[in-house]
Design a binder for this molecule. Structure first.
Ligand SMILES: [Zn+2]
Length: 512
């Protein structure tokens, strides 16, 4: 099987699928019948990670199949909808896997154990909720997430007019519309970003995008390599003239052991250089990122009410930039350098509020130890008042500032919606290939294998992934929720958009 895959994926050989299988069979002294068996096994393996002979190194899991894991995920969302608290449990997967449709994924196996189901849930990013033990909650349909999703999809509708589209055969089927160079309306090229980690030994796949963890991920524990890259529908990976936007971090080889927001900002800056060289300035990039806290970090001098103290103090380190008072005047947060008592001191929140005519006697610094104000409160404490001031509230992230300053667009996907970021499926495809590579003895060898696998995902596949994400965005725009969107995306496989009366269809299918 490995030979078959290698023959088929080898770009120099250019063998077809059947040809590759015949060669692979011949290599072990067998004929066309064996070749056919090999093809069947390999497809089964590629699609479902199920192996007839149950031993390829690395420990495969059905969860490595992106479509399959999303089917489970969305089934759980559907189940959750019918429960009072939206709770689901691992047993729901066990039951789901007993259905005839799911049994085919398992091959001969009768079902899965509860422990396996729990592992799958953890892997899909479900966390134990506070409510009851053994119950999981998912953020996918949380009200604030849905609200953000609606706004994102609206913005997307605007972007997509200026983008070219491709069909599932990879052909360009429409050109950008509404282009007006004189008024700054350039064609848009969507450049999506994500990071992913490849592991040498356990080869487990880490899903960062589902968790809201604020802790930066270590670049590597043991033998692992992290890749941070950009994908486009137009060209696949972002590269030009031998320059590439991809960044690779090897365990233990880097400055501080973490891929930080600063690293990403630097990488994006380089990506913009490459983009502009490639398009000769005749297009604008729409950069999209996962909505991770680390991606939304503000630049060091960005306005933040979280770091401020109430009273004046002499502060070391980088200064915050000027704010803007409600009346539009600039406001420095520091006393002038020739101030008699406090030269160059930070003014403190009290003074800042006084200058904005927002101070009142008895205001505390913040509510409680953790800045936990009453829900909806806007003027309960100094920090909350400043936090709600337009200049603070509108402070953009470092990434947005950089990208906009360079004339491009920056946006963030809704949280928990990995189906919208098509690079996710690209990682999945590269990792399937990677798992078929031999175990390596050195990290450099591992890196070479990994890069080969990353580079071997064909552009056609990338365009299909992008179409699939567009289909989901379209579904959400038409008012579908996660479970309905998944159903519709499966039904209209191969389309970029869904029929206008999709809601009626859902009602008929009793999903709405
Ligand atoms: Zn408060």
């Amino acid at each position: 099987m490995r030979a078959l895959i290698n023959f088929f994926l080898d770009l120099d050989l250019r063998y077809g699928w059947i040809e590759s299988s015949l060669f692979a069979a011949k290599a072990v002294g067998k004929g066309p019948y064996h070749a056919r068996t090999l093809r069947r096994w390999t497809i089964l393996y590629m699609r479902h990670s199920v192996l007839p002979v149950c031993n390829i190194q690395g420990g495969l899991s059905l969860m490595d199949d992106e479509d399959f894991s999303q089917q489970i995920h969305l089934h759980l969302l559907q189940v959750g909808k019918s429960r009072p608290n939206g709770d689901v449990c691992a047993q729901d997967i066990v039951d789901f896997m007993k259905t005839p449709a799911m049994k085919t994924h398992l091959g001969k196996k009768a079902g899965i154990s509860l422990r396996t189901a729990q592992r799958w849930m953890e892997r899909m990013g479900w966390r134990y909720g506070e409510a009851k033990k053994g119950m999981y909650k998912d953020g996918h349909e949380r009200p604030e997430v849905v609200e953000y999703r609606e706004k994102f999809c609206e913005r997307w509708a605007g972007y997509s007019k200026r983008m070219a589209t491709f069909n599932n055969e990879g052909e360009r089927v429409s050109d950008p519309t509404g282009i007006d160079f004189a008024n700054g309306l350039y064609p848009l090229i969507h450049v999506t970003h994500d990071e992913s980690t490849f592991y040498a030994n356990d080869r487990r796949r880490k899903r960062w995008n589902h968790s809201e963890s604020t802790v930066p991920q270590p670049k590597g524990e043991g033998q692992s390599i992290m890749v941070s890259d950009f994908l486009t529908r137009e060209w696949g990976r972002l590269e030009h003239d031998g320059e590439e936007a991809r960044t690779i971090f090897k365990a233990g080889k880097n400055r501080d052991g973490y891929f930080t927001n600063d690293d990403l900002v630097e990488q994006v800056d380089r990506a913009i250089d490459i983009f502009e060289a490639k398009t000769h300035g005749f297009a604008r990039a729409l950069f999209t990122f996962d909505n991770a806290t680390t991606h939304r970090k503000r630049s060091v001098d960005g306005l933040s009410a979280l770091k401020m103290r109430k009273s004046p103090a002499l502060k070391e380190g980088p200064r915050m930039r000027d704010g803007t008072k409600p009346n539009g005047e600039k406001q420095s947060f520091y006393y002038p350098d020739d101030h008699k008592e406090m030269p160059g001191w930070f003014k403190g929140m009290e003074q800042i509020l006084r200058e904005r005519d927002l101070w009142r006697d008895g205001l505390r610094s913040q509510c409680g130890k953790d800045f936990k104000c009453a829900e909806g409160a806007t003027d309960c404490c100094c920090r909350r008042i400043l936090y709600c001031q337009p200049d603070f509230a509108n402070q953009k992230s470092h990434l947005e500032e950089l990208i906009e300053a360079r004339g491009h667009i920056c946006d963030f996907y809704p949280k928990f919606h990995c189906e919208l970021n098509f690079i996710e499926q690209y990682w999945g495809a590269a990792k399937l290939r990677y798992r078929a590579t031999p175990r390596t003895s050195s990290i450099d060898e591992m890196e070479r294998n990994m890069i080969d696998c990353l580079d071997s995902v064909p552009i056609l596949q990338i365009r299909r992934y992008a179409n699939r994400s567009s289909r989901f965005i379209d579904a959400y725009r038409k008012g579908l929720d996660g479970a309905q969107a998944a159903w519709a995306a499966r039904k209209y496989h191969g389309h970029r958009t869904l029929p206008a009366d999709i809601l009626r269809e859902l009602r008929e299918a009793k999903l709405a």
